[in-house]
Design a protein around this ligand. Structure first.
Ligand SMILES: N[C@@H](CCC(=O)N[C@@H](CS)C(=O)NCC(=O)O)C(=O)O
Length: 224
């Protein structure tokens, strides 16, 4: 019989938020069994899944440490912080309070202020209720990805703490969140230009095995 991983992750191949969790698990050498939630089929809005996350969104993580199931942990940033606490090495946050605040702030620019605007539920509302056509949806996505990434680029350029990665020489939550946005742009056929610092840091992430293994096109359900 196959052994069970400690964690169970509700996931879909192409999602930005689930990618963040996959990268963090990989960095920390932790394993998760994935439960496929087909966002294209609207399974996130099924009665069964809404019991896992009433918000109708993935990821959700269950910890089955020592045979006891935790309640589902939702919100990718909360999951990243949780994983950092249960498996502190390698840490995805710097040590001092100022550095930690900077990394959390960079991460939130993309996770709280950018990504929510392009989620399927928002696009569904725009198309069903506000009658956006495909071109208007593309323009909407481009607008919010560009706004978030250009602001992020400006901070990377002007803040002294930027290094090989967003914060110094180690991978942090900020890099994971940045890569989670960059990795989905081609899926939506969107290009944001004028971001050399971001491009350099994303290239460094993409060379790392934890990011390589988490790539959407390597996940179950991805088109071949
Ligand atoms: N803030 C949440 C966002 C979760 C989220 O919106 N996930 C998307 C996939 S990337 C989703 O499941 N969306 C379903 C929908 O919008 O219907 C997080 O970071 O976990």
């Amino acid at each position: 019989m196959d052994s069970q991983a400690r964690f169970e992750l509700f996931a879909f191949w192409r999602t930005s938020a689930t990618y963040r969790v996959r990268v963090a698990l990989n960095l920390k050498g932790l394993a998760a069994d994935e439960r496929f939630v087909n966002l294209e089929a609207g399974e996130q809005r099924s009665e069964a899944f809404l019991k896992v996350n009433p918000m109708g969104a993935i990821p959700a993580l269950i910890d089955r440490d020592e045979g006891k199931l935790s309640p589902p942990i939702t919100q990718s940033l909360a999951i990243l912080e949780f994983l950092d606490e249960v498996q502190p090495a390698p840490s995805i946050l710097p040590t001092g309070p100022h550095g930690r605040a900077r990394v959390r702030s960079l991460a939130a620019m993309l996770v709280a202020d950018t990504h929510p605007l392009i989620t399927p539920r928002v696009i569904k509302y725009l198309t069903d209720e506000a009658k956006f056509d495909a071109e208007a949806v593309k323009a909407w996505r481009l607008k919010w990805f560009t706004t978030g990434l250009l602001a992020f680029e400006q901070r990377l350029e002007t803040e002294a703490e930027t290094g090989t990665f967003c914060h110094g020489e180690d991978i942090t939550m900020a890099d994971i969140c940045l890569a989670s946005i960059k990795i989905v742009l081609p899926i939506f056929k969107i290009e944001v230009s004028g971001t050399p610092m971001i491009d350099r840091i994303f290239a460094a992430c993409e060379r790392h095995e934890a990011f390589i293994q988490a790539a959407p096109n390597r996940q179950f359900g991805a088109p071949s």
